[in-house]
Design a binder for this molecule. Structure first.
Ligand SMILES: Nc1nc2c(ncn2[C@@H]2O[C@H](COP(=O)(O)OP(=O)(O)OP(=O)(O)O)[C@@H](O)[C@H]2O)c(=O)[nH]1
Length: 264
């Protein structure tokens, strides 16, 4: 198994602290959906020009400040190809704090695979309802709003995924909100406009965000996302069985990260 470690503290300029808490986040999804690019970008602030297929797992880390505390986010970028995962899968999920599921918005088959990935999660973290975040990557490959065929396909596959992903979180904790809304994203003018907040504003909203209720307990829907500030759109936290999923479509390209929201 090959692995590498890329540590970045530069994005927020926070020096690593001895004894800071570590959060393990596993990133899963079909091969080629962009897991390496996404995690690399998050940790280094740069786009990975020539990523190779991940063998086993690559580790990347970044220090973030959440509610006044410096925490270490350790991303496990796992191989999408079955032959490169093999018997390691159990290790990936050991003591995991959150799982990020990635699909490629231009590749419906990567979307249809989501229930299988969720099933893998369930098998490996039995009895634990870990937060799961769904990311649709490569939205640059779909001319938004123009390709009707794709939209129809996406709606159909979204319904399928919804059935499989009945317990999907989005922005399910301050940690994950920070993870996705941290400085590389906020430096993107489009997102700043959408959020309608300065970075400090976002951070302070995140500080007010609380994960409501524990795993699986009744209804836990809360208006919490900083994105709620944009145009009155209601972004909600949920882990109710039949609650609709909220999605981000995220583009990680050479020119930066771009984010679009949509509600299924
Ligand atoms: N157009 C576009 N291409 C992307 C984006 N993100 C990644 N890619 C490309 O998608 C290809 C696969 O990216 P990876 O990050 O290696 O995919 P992966 O999911 O880590 O793949 P495995 O390691 O095999 O599991 C590369 O050629 C990337 O340049 C994106 O947002 N837009």
């Amino acid at each position: 198994m090959e692995s590498s470690l890329e540590v970045s503290t530069s994005v927020q300029g926070a020096p690593e602290q001895l004894g800071s808490r570590t959060f393990k986040v596993v990133v899963i999804g079909d091969s080629g959906v962009g897991k390496t690019c996404l995690t690399y970008r998050f940790c280094t602030g740069c786009f990975h020009d020539k990523p190779e297929a991940t063998i086993g797992v690559d580790f990347r880390e970044r220090i973030l400040e959440v509610e006044g505390e410096r925490i270490k986010v350790q991303l496990w970028d796992t191989a999408g190809q079955e032959r490169f995962r093999k018997s390691m899968v159990q290790q990936y999920y050991r003591s995991v704090h959150a799982v990020v599921l990635v699909y490629d918005v231009s590749n419906p088959s990567s979307f249809r695979s989501l229930p299988l990935w969720l099933e893998e999660c369930r098998r490996n973290v039995p009895g634990q309802d870990v937060p799961r975040v769904l990311v649709g990557n490569k939205s640059d490959l779909v001319a938004a709003g123009k390709d009707r065929r794709f939209k129809r396909r996406r709606r159909a596959s979204a319904r399928t995924a919804q059935r499989g992903a009945t317990c999907c979180y989005l922005l399910s904790s301050p940690l994950l909100s920070c993870l996705l809304l941290s400085s590389p994203l906020l430096s993107c003018p489009l997102l700043s406009r959408r959020v309608g907040l300065s970075r400090d504003g976002v951070q302070s909203r995140l500080a007010q965000t609380r994960l409501h209720g524990a795993q699986g307990s009744g209804s836990a829907v809360q208006n919490c996302s900083p994105l709620a500030a944009h145009g009155g759109a209601s972004w909600r936290l949920s882990h109710e069985r039949d609650v609709r999923c909220h999605w981000w479509r995220l583009t990680c390209s050479r020119s930066g990260l771009r984010i679009q929201d949509s509600q299924l």
